[in-house]
Write a protein that binds this ligand. Structure first.
Ligand SMILES: [Zn+2]
Ligand SMILES: [Zn+2]
Length: 549
């Protein structure tokens, strides 16, 4: 662990609302990790930006009769607000259409050109004589040559998931006319030339997931192809010297990780470039953009002479399915983040999506019944119950004042050891990105103390009651700090019920294992932390999802 870190997550595309699928693979794991690093004294910053350019945004803004600038400004704010409601705490949320990013992208292009990694080539592209424009990507609709599905985009068949070389029966998505073919000059990035250096980077990057590295290495072995980085549209980072062409979105968007970080740091009076190059760099992504992050992004950084260091971690997670079916906005099979948070607290969603989410590319499933079970039995019956029991009993039987400890028996000694090892047990898993296992370790800890409390029967007021109260209250304090990265609002509630001053976020990770609540200390006021999820409500959500599909 370095003393500095920059954490980014895949940029949300400014073209529609954030749903549970987005949150599970990237934004939430990145947020939990950033909070953990900060607790460990790392100067960590979580940087994100909206991805504002590209054909889909241009088409949609034209449909809605808005200027693209206006259209993306709306989504930038809306996305940020939705994330904030889930307590995704960005240190900075910027945009790829910022002046800083535009200048940086053009600078990188110039450096790549100087390094001999860019060439021009004439290609043939669809052109609409009626609209008087080139028709890249989604501007052309037709039928898929593979599965014959109609009304598919030229750059992706949503039915069979393939990318057709050339679509059948092409027509312009704006006016419906059949386009013609025109010649145009495009810039290409020589990705192939960097194969060896990419392979070397992957070999040496010890924190990248082994299985992802392995199949990326196989792509390199089977031969990389150069990337067409030009688009004949008006909405994008302008290509220097051209008034009608812009860079392809995947050329500019990941550069906003750097340009946004540098702006944020420089504005704080920190030398941004120096910070970047001495920090651990994390890029959290979903598995659908492995190609872009394991090849394209490092290749561009290598191409400009490693002026900005390459990522140390690219935590890659699988997709979220919903009720075991693939999430699809076009088929209306999704749950918007905003909608979800109208019904349940942010911590319920954070808890559930972390506990079911391993550090791997395996897909995970959001299931309403499972959500109900996990929240009610694990978060509430286990964790909430222990906190409430320990604090409630102390309040009722000791007026909230921690008694003098008795002599420790074997059960007490074991319980004390649990607390002493707790920060390391959970911390090790966190450092390895196993957030789900870390959270399960925390649940094991509270289940252990539930049992300990049960065995000690403090309500009988026998010998040993005082020690049981002392250790249980200290275990609650440990839980509060350990839970903070996962469920920050509830962690703060526990902290306040303990009557401790300040904010739980300010406590160091190491202090999880310190027994700082001593005899004579007065607790705050305790009350139940959580309300149970009702089966009748779950039924309503399931029915609603069925109807919208
Ligand atoms: Zn198809
Ligand atoms: Zn047209």
């Amino acid at each position: 662990m370095q003393k500095k870190a920059i954490i980014t997550s895949a940029l949300p595309y400014s073209n529609g609302e954030i749903h549970l699928g987005h949150v599970a693979s990237t934004y939430l794991p990145a947020d939990v990790t950033t909070r953990f690093l900060k607790q460990n004294g790392v100067e960590a910053y979580y940087i994100c930006a909206s991805d504002d350019f590209g054909t889909p945004i241009l088409i949609q803004s034209e449909k809605e009769g808005k200027r693209p600038e206006e259209y993306v400004a709306y989504w930038n704010k809306r996305d940020y607000d939705d994330f904030t409601a889930l307590n995704i705490a960005f240190d900075f949320f910027y945009k790829t259409s910022s002046q800083e990013n535009i200048e940086f992208v053009q600078y990188v292009f110039k450096k790549l050109q100087e390094a001999g990694l860019i060439y021009e080539s004439e290609i043939v592209q669809f052109y609409c004589n009626n609209d008087k424009k080139f028709l890249p990507d989604r501007y052309v609709i037709g039928s898929c040559p593979y599965c014959k599905a109609e009304e598919q985009y030229s750059d992706l068949c949503e039915k069979c998931g393939r990318v057709p070389e050339e679509i059948d029966n092409p027509h312009c998505s704006l006016c419906g006319q059949t386009p013609v073919k025109e010649k145009t000059n495009h810039y290409f990035f020589k990705l192939k030339n960097l194969s060896e250096q990419l392979s070397e980077y992957l070999d040496n990057a010890q924190y990248l997931q082994k299985d992802v590295k392995k199949y990326v290495q196989n792509w390199i072995k089977s031969g990389l192809i150069d990337w067409d980085i030009t688009r004949d549209i008006s909405w994008g980072v302008p290509i220097p010297g051209s008034s009608e062409q812009v860079f392809y979105g995947w050329f500019d968007n990941h550069l906003a990780y750097i340009s946004s970080s540098i702006k944020f740091l420089n504005d704080k009076g920190i030398n941004g470039k120096e910070f970047w190059n001495s920090a651990d760099i994390y890029h959290f992504i979903g598995k659908d953009i492995v190609y872009h992050h394991f090849l394209f992004l490092p290749a561009m950084r290598i191409g400009i002479g490693k002026e900005y260091k390459l990522p140390d971690y690219i935590p890659t997670r699988g997709h979220l399915t919903l009720q075991a079916k693939k999430i699809s906005k076009s088929r209306n099979w999704y749950i918007g983040l905003k909608e979800f948070l109208n019904h349940y607290p942010a911590d319920y969603l954070r808890f559930y999506l972390i506990v079911i989410n391993p550090y791997s590319q395996d897909d995970i499933n959001f299931d309403w019944d499972d959500f109900e079970t996990k929240i009610n039995s694990e978060l509430i019956d286990n964790l909430g119950n222990f906190v409430n029991r320990a604090l409630g009993f102390t309040t009722k039987s000791f007026d909230g004042k921690i008694p003098n400890s008795d002599e420790l028996d074997q059960l007490d000694i074991d319980a004390q050891d649990k607390i002493k090892n707790f920060s390391k047990d959970v911390g090790t898993l966190m450092e390895q990105n196993h957030l789900d296992r870390a959270l399960k370790k925390i649940l094991e800890f509270s289940a252990y103390f539930n049992k300990y409390f049960q065995h000690k029967e403090p309500w009988k007021k026998q010998k040993g009651t005082n020690t049981c109260v002392f250790l249980s209250v200290n275990a609650v304090k440990s839980l509060s700090i350990a839970l903070y990265p996962f469920i920050p609002e509830s962690a703060q509630k526990i902290w306040s019920q303990l009557g401790l001053s300040g904010d739980v976020s300010e406590q160091s990770w190491k202090s999880i294992s310190d027994m700082t609540i001593n005899s004579g200390y007065h607790l705050g006021t305790s009350s139940p932390l959580f309300a149970k999820v009702k089966s009748s409500d779950i039924q309503v959500h399931k029915e609603k999802l069925g109807k919208q599909n």
